[in-house]
Write a protein that binds this ligand. Structure first.
Ligand code: SF4
Ligand code: SF4
Length: 79
């Protein structure tokens, strides 16, 4: 009997708290899929925060959240 493999698409989404973010850029470097970039507007504390600018390839792997020293990233994952 022939086996069929069905690949599930994993959808990820992150929410960055722009007022908690201090713009260190760790999450931008850590994301393997280039989903995060730096905003060109200041937040209330005078930092350029990280923004979720490229949602399409996000897998919800949470590497960005683990790399954030300020716990500013919340991750959602759906299969
Ligand atoms: S959850 Fe993973 S893929 Fe999505 S933005 Fe964070 S590091 Fe990138
Ligand atoms: S790692 Fe955290 S504090 Fe640093 S830029 Fe990303 S969200 Fe902001």
């Amino acid at each position: 009997m022939k086996e069929t493999t069905i690949k599930k698409k994993i959808l990820g989404k992150i929410v960055i708290d722009l007022e908690v973010c201090k713009g260190c850029g760790y999450c931008i470097s850590a994301c393997p899929n280039g989903c995060i970039s730096q905003d060109d507007k200041f937040n209330g504390s005078g930092y350029y925060p990280a923004i979720f600018s490229n949602a399409g390839p996000c897998t919800g792997c949470a590497i960005c959240a683990y790399s954030c020293p300020d716990i500013a990233i919340e991750v959602w994952r759906e299969e």
